[in-house]
Design a protein around this ligand. Structure first.
Ligand SMILES: *[C@@H]1O[C@H](CO)[C@@H](O)[C@H](O)[C@H]1NC(C)=O
Ligand SMILES: *[C@@H]1O[C@H](CO)[C@@H](O)[C@H](O)[C@H]1NC(C)=O
Ligand SMILES: *[C@@H]1O[C@H](CO)[C@@H](O)[C@H](O)[C@H]1NC(C)=O
Ligand SMILES: *[C@@H]1O[C@H](CO)[C@@H](O)[C@H](O)[C@H]1NC(C)=O
Ligand SMILES: *[C@@H]1O[C@H](CO)[C@@H](O)[C@H](O)[C@H]1NC(C)=O
Ligand SMILES: *[C@@H]1O[C@H](CO)[C@@H](O)[C@H](O)[C@H]1NC(C)=O
Length: 250
């Protein structure tokens, strides 16, 4: 129990220290505020935000904006950042001020850069042509050059029926190619249906009003009955038998 308390105290202290270094110093009565509070930008598009360093009297303080790209203009303690074409994949900016007693007070804005898939296509894994009912096949949706892939939802469809939703585990911020797979066991009724997949980039309330959607081509399903397969098999054996007999009795 005692150990536990020490552990708790230490971890509390640790987190307090952590807060201090990350800018929540005791001398910080307020923190810089970004508008908008989250920035989601399509790769290559223009972007801007405002950072109000502080509302109260802090005009004497040293302040600034750490930024890798873009231009900054200052008006009092308000900073305006703008870029014509955002072409960096993983960026964040830090707005800060340093109080007269030396505390650094800062806020960080992570910028999400997105790119809808360049192409989306559907295929079977190691299979072409017709399928037999009650056998398992694997559908594969191949997505090219999408970012950030962790915000992509892939849905497989048979006609209008959603068969399953898949997401990536990758946290890569740059564009990636990824394939998503789904096992299916067709039934006789699926004959003539079409398989396809849909990808949707879900970027939250700061993202585009309509999440970008890209769909694949349609893949027709030709499903044969198990019995037909047996019948085919029987026909084949029958034909073989006939030809063997023909040879024998020539
Ligand atoms: C800043 O960005 C917003 C949202 O994209 C846009 O509507 C606005 O025109 C931009 N303002 C300037 C000055 O670039
Ligand atoms: C600076 O901000 C003040 C007050 O918000 C405004 O009246 C003024 O026009 C701004 N100046 C520039 C150069 O934007
Ligand atoms: C911003 O990015 C940093 C580093 O990638 C991460 O640790 C932090 O959690 C992010 N903040 C937000 C609000 O997403
Ligand atoms: C597809 O077939 C190839 C060659 O037979 C094999 O190497 C590969 O592992 C198969 N892929 C899957 C996903 O079953
Ligand atoms: C994705 O695939 C395309 C075409 O095969 C290729 O040109 C591109 O370099 C690939 N991208 C990545 C990130 O591997
Ligand atoms: C992207 O997906 C991650 C993980 O699902 C989520 O935490 C994040 O909020 C999403 N980003 C946006 C901008 O919605």
């Amino acid at each position: 129990m005692f150990c536990c308390c020490i552990f708790l105290a230490v971890s509390l202290l640790h987190s307090l220290c952590h807060f201090h270094v990350s800018g929540y110093g005791s001398g910080c009565t307020e923190h810089p505020v970004f508008t908008p509070s989250a920035l989601v930008v399509k790769y290559g598009d223009p972007a801007n935000f405002t950072c109000v360093v502080c509302q109260k009297d802090c005009s004497e303080d040293v302040f600034g904006l750490e930024h890798a790209v873009g231009e900054v203009t200052k008006n009092g303690t308000t900073m305006f950042w703008t870029v014509d074409r955002l072409t960096e994949w993983d960026i964040s900016v830090e707005c800060y001020y340093i109080t007269n007693i030396g505390d650094q007070c800062s806020s960080t804005l992570n910028i999400t850069i997105y790119q809808p898939p360049e192409s989306v296509s559907i295929s079977f894994v190691n299979h072409t042509g017709m399928m037999f009912e009650n056998q398992q096949y694997t559908l594969q949706c191949s997505v090219q050059n999408v970012a950030p892939v962790q915000n992509l939802t892939v849905t497989f469809y048979r006609g209008n029926t959603a068969l399953g939703h898949l997401q990536s585990n990758s946290e890569e911020k740059k564009p990636v190619n990824e394939t998503f797979s789904l096992n299916i066991t067709p039934s006789r009724e699926d004959n003539g249906a079409q398989y396809w997949c849909e990808t949707k980039l879900e970027l939250g309330p700061s993202g585009p009003q309509r999440p970008p959607v890209v769909i694949s081509e349609k893949l027709p399903a030709i499903v044969h009955c198990e019995s037909e397969r047996k019948k085919k098999h029987k026909t084949y054996i029958y034909k073989l038998l006939v030809s063997v007999l023909q040879i024998i009795f020539k």
